[in-house]
Design a protein around this ligand. Structure first.
Ligand code: C2E
Ligand code: CA
Ligand code: CA
Ligand code: CA
Length: 276
């Protein structure tokens, strides 16, 4: 029994070691990711439910490390802790703007690309000047900014002032993952959001669960009443799409229509699924 126990312990220990080692390696490599040109920008199209026409896309970052793609869910939190988030965020905003600008130029109409700004990035001082730089460098870019309720966790007044400035600079603001945090309806009233994104967790079982369906319907009605457009994220099947369409949701984002793909492919997609 002792031997088994010891063996098990050693096995467990090794696994734990491996985990720690991976974290350590990721941590180190992450600091080099931008310099080594290892970040990749993906884009996931969103569509209008009635016609499936592509209206824009959300930029989603991936990290190509040793031939594998590391998901942002794994490396963004790490980057926030070790400071690598600053160059990474700079890279994402710049490349999203570059892509939106080029596509808008080629197609002759603005192609909106939304960018996720985490609460940590949001509080970092560089954001506003970075956005200002983008305005000058890429005047044709149609960049939208997605933030979560997390940006209100610290100093609410500063957060509000930041949001106001970003909006006044001409970057539309979306409140992301709505309904998952400590949502306060006053955010919608007091800050200049123009879009609300309903979190996937409400969409995933809305067909089976009337309560979730009711929450989605009430959120859509409230958002519209306040003059916001609504995106439903994580839509995977036709039944969800039909319900959301009936509720008057403005945009659908999810595997049912389009999965995230390298942003270089987006111009072609938008040509095929043209605006009307
Ligand atoms: P998010 O902002 O809620 O992004 C949506 C996530 O849902 C994406 O995962 C997307 O691939 C996934 N998704 C979209 N449609 C479906 C669907 O129909 N079914 C399912 N199961 N999933 C779907 P991804 O790309 O892994 O990103 C995860 C999170 O990482 C994002 O959640 C966002 O919070 C963060 N993230 C991604 N890119 C960036 C970035 O450039 N900067 C920052 N700060 N965070 C980012
Ligand atoms: Ca998002
Ligand atoms: Ca989201
Ligand atoms: Ca989400």
């Amino acid at each position: 029994a002792r031997e088994t126990g010891g063996g098990t312990y050693r096995l467990f220990n090794r696994t734990l070691d491996e985990q720690v080692k991976r974290q350590f390696e990721l941590d180190n490599d992450l600091r080099q990711a931008v310099a080594r040109d290892e970040l990749r920008l993906f884009a996931q199209a969103y569509v209008t439910p009635a016609d499936g026409i592509v209206r824009g896309a959300e930029a989603l970052v991936r990290w190509e490390r040793d031939g594998a793609l590391v998901s942002p869910g794994e490396f963004i939190p790490l980057a926030e802790r070790n400071g690598a988030i600053v160059p990474i965020s700079e890279w994402i905003v710049e490349n999203a703007a570059k892509a939106s600008s080029a596509m808008s130029d080629h197609l002759g109409f603005p192609v909106p690309i939304s960018v996720n700004i985490s609460a940590v990035e949001f509080r970092s001082t560089g954001l506003l000047s970075r956005l200002e730089g983008i305005r000058e460098l890429y005047p044709l870019a149609a960049i939208e900014i997605e933030v979560t309720e997390g940006v209100f966790a610290g100093d609410m007044k500063t957060a509000g002032a930041y949001l106001k400035t970003i909006d006044e600079m001409g970057f539309p603001l979306a409140i992301d993952d709505f309904g998952t945090g400590y949502s306060s309806l006053s955010y919608l009233r007091d800050f200049p959001f123009s879009k609300l994104k309903i979190d996937r967790s409400f969409i995933v079982d809305m067909v089976e669960r009337p309560r979730h369906r009711d929450i989605v319907a009430a959120t859509v009605a409230l958002a519209h009443h306040l003059g916001l457009v609504v995106t439903a994220e994580g839509v995977e099947d036709q039944a969800q799409n039909d319900l959301l369409k009936a509720m008057g949701v403005d945009y659908i984002q999810g595997y049912l229509f389009h999965k995230p793909a390298p942003i270089e492919l987006f111009e072609d997609l938008i040509r095929r699924k043209r605006y009307e």
